[in-house]
Design a protein around this ligand. Structure first.
Ligand code: HEC
Length: 173
C-alpha cells in the first residue's frame, strides 16, 4: 500500500521546485566563479557534493539496503538478473549506474525528487513500503557509493528540505 507521506510529499516537492529554481544561482551544470560558489555555500542551494549526509547515516542505509534492495540490485550495488531470471535490476553505483551515471541520471533534480521517485517504485515488489527515514538513510548510502562526500550533519527525513539539495555533475575541485 502507498503510504500517505508519498502522496502528500511528492507534490510538495514538485511545488517547491520552481521556487528553488527562481531563487537559485547559476545552474548546476555551469562553471560558476569562485565568488559565486562561496556565497552559494553560505546561503544558496546546496548540492550532493557539499557533504549532506553522515557516515553513520550511510551505514544505517547500507543495512536497510541489504535488507530491502540488495537481493535484486546486489549487495555490491552492481545490479544483475533476478535469481529466477525474469528481470534485471540496474547497477546503483559505479560509472554505469542507472544506465548512465548517478549524476547524469539525476542531474538537475533534487534529492527530494530522487527520494519520492525511488519511494514510488522501489522496492519493485513492495513500492513505498519503507518509512521516510529509512528511504532517507538508503539515499545517503547511495550517495556514499556514488562518490559524494559525507559531512557533519545527516540528510533530514523531510522532503521539503531534501528538495533544496540539488544533484548535478561532480564539481572539479
Ligand atoms: C524485486 C527486485 C527489486 C528490489 C527489491 C528493488 N529493486 Fe530497484 N529496480 C529493480 C528493477 C527491475 C529496476 C528497473 C526498473 C525499470 O527500469 O523499470 C529497478 C530500478 C531501480 C532504480 C532506477 C530508477 C531509475 O529511474 O533510474 C533505483 C534508483 C532503484 N531501483 C533503487 C532501489 C532501492 C533503493 C531499493 C530498495 C529500497 C530497490 N531498488 C529494490 C528491481 C528491484
Amino acid at each position: 500500500m502507498k503510504p500517505q507521506w508519498l502522496d502528500r510529499l511528492a507534490w510538495a516537492a514538485a511545488l517547491a521546485l520552481p521556487v528553488a529554481f527562481a531563487s537559485s544561482g547559476p545552474p548546476l551544470g555551469g562553471a560558476p566563479s569562485p565568488g559565486v560558489v562561496a556565497s552559494a555555500a553560505q546561503n544558496g542551494p546546496r548540492t550532493v557534493w557539499d557533504g549532506v549526509y553522515t557516515g553513520e547515516q550511510a551505514k544505517r542505509g547500507e543495512d536497510a539496503y541489504k535488507l530491502s534492495c540488495g537481493y535484486c540490485h546486489r549487495d555490491d550495488l552492481a545490479g544483475g538478473f533476478f535469481d529466477d531470471g525474469t528481470g534485471r535490476a540496474p547497477a546503483l553505483a559505479g560509472v554505469r549506474a542507472f544506465d548512465s551515471s548517478f549524476s547524469e541520471r539525476w542531474s538537475g533534480r533534487s534529492v527530494g525528487e530522487m527520494l519520492t521517485e525511488i519511494g514510488s517504485i522501489m522496492p519493485l515488489d513492495a513500492p513505498g513500503s519503507l518509512t521516510l527515514p529509512v528511504y532517507t538513510d538508503i539515499i545517503a548510502y547511495l550517495l556514499s557509493k556514488n562518490d559524494a562526500p559525507a559531512g557533519p550533519s545527516e540528510l533530514p527525513p523531510d522532503i521539503e528540505a531534501l528538495g533544496q539539495i540539488r544533484i548535478g555533475p561532480k564539481p572539479a575541485r
